[in-house]
Design a protein around this ligand. Structure first.
Ligand code: AHG
Ligand code: MN
Ligand code: MN
Length: 320
């Protein structure tokens, strides 16, 4: 049997690509590797466990109902990141403010611990999205300045998809690699080395229920996709829609609507990490006018319109 490369081996082997101290990246990614396996375990038995399905009975800062799994995943990622010591603060979708660890760690993390909450209870793919930055402030505690860095400053980003199989996909700026969890041994194994996204695709992914709320130019673009007989595919879990389009070629759009003039998706823990990944795979991501990675954040939970996927398709949507 050919040797199967595990995520841990791969990270060690590629350590030299990481600009900062040897070993730091591997420690940073270990939290996500472990937490991903633990969330995966809960997701897999969700239908059987009363304490996993359903609403928590609370709302997050964006006024969204928190699901039990949102809270479980958030607590777990924060606990592991705190105990591992490399990260001094986290900005999460599920926390109003920065969570400080007061441990002198040199990195900060932004994350969407559970993406696709509306799909948890109906057995449809969900995910986790994360992004890692080097801390830039020098005082005792991390500050907003550490989180208001443009996406170009990310040192690593990735996602975990809990789908028909569970995968962890990440980049440190040297291409994108994907690892599938082998549940029989509980290990992520390299299954998708050096992932590249096709420059063109045949899929468009958008919540068409909002169509008449979109700018006329966006409506025309969607019409064009149909005239070209492209396939409409929309799961409603960004990670899953993104992953499919990354593999097959396509465009995902979440434009501004009259209700949400800045769109729905969040810059720090949805758009930026996926934009970094898609560019590393040869694709593109914009907010309709500007490259996502060049946007200067001003708020932790800032939203932005998102056009992401195959390069020629994203460029086409910009010209519409
Ligand atoms: P989250 O579950 O983390 O709040 O994210 C939900 C997001 C994203 O996953 C998805 O693409 C989008 O919301 C779907 O929104 P609509 O239901 O408006 O299409
Ligand atoms: Mn999300
Ligand atoms: Mn979420």
């Amino acid at each position: 049997m050919a040797h199967v490369k595990t995520l841990a081996e791969f990270i060690t082997e590629r350590q030299h690509e990481f600009t900062y101290a040897t070993g730091e990246l591997s420690q940073l990614l270990t939290s996500f590797r472990l937490a991903g396996k633990m969330v995966n375990r809960e997701v897999n038995k969700a239908g059987l466990a009363e304490d996993i399905l359903g609403a928590q009975g609370s709302e997050n800062i964006q006024g969204e109902q928190q699901q039990k799994l949102d809270v479980y995943a958030n607590d777990l990622f924060i606990r592991l990141l705190r105990s591992q010591g490399m990260v001094c603060a986290v900005a999460s979708e599920e926390n109003d403010d920065i969570v400080h660890f007061d441990n002198g760690g040199k990195y900060v993390v932004t994350m969407d611990p559970l993406d696709g909450s509306s799909n948890i209870d109906v057995n449809v793919s969900i995910g986790t999205i994360f992004s890692i930055y080097r801390r830039v402030s020098t005082g005792d505690k991390a500050t907003m300045e550490d989180f208001m860095q443009p996406g170009t400053a990310q040192v690593a980003a990735g996602y975990i998809i809990y789908g028909s199989s569970t995968m962890l996909v990440y980049t440190t700026g040297h291409g994108v690699n994907g690892f599938t969890l082998d549940p029989s041994i509980g290990t992520f194994c390299l299954s998708h080395p050096d992932m590249k996204t096709p420059a063109d695709g045949k899929i468009f992914s958008v919540n068409e229920g909002n169509l008449y709320d979109f700018d006329p130019a966006v409506q025309r673009y969607i019409d064009d996709c149909k005239k070209q007989k492209m396939s409409a595919r929309y799961i409603g879990s960004l990670v899953a829609d993104f992953h499919r389009n990354l593999m097959k070629g396509g465009i995902y759009l979440y434009p501004a609507t009259s209700k949400s003039p800045q769109g729905k998706l969040r810059l720090l823990y949805e758009a930026n990490p996926l934009a970094y990944l898609v560019e590393q795979a040869g694709g593109a991501a914009t907010n309709g006018t500007t490259r996502i990675l060049d946007l200067m954040p001003t708020e932790l939970h800032q939203r932005c319109p998102l056009y992401i996927g195959s390069k020629n398709m994203v460029e086409g949507a910009m010209k519409a």
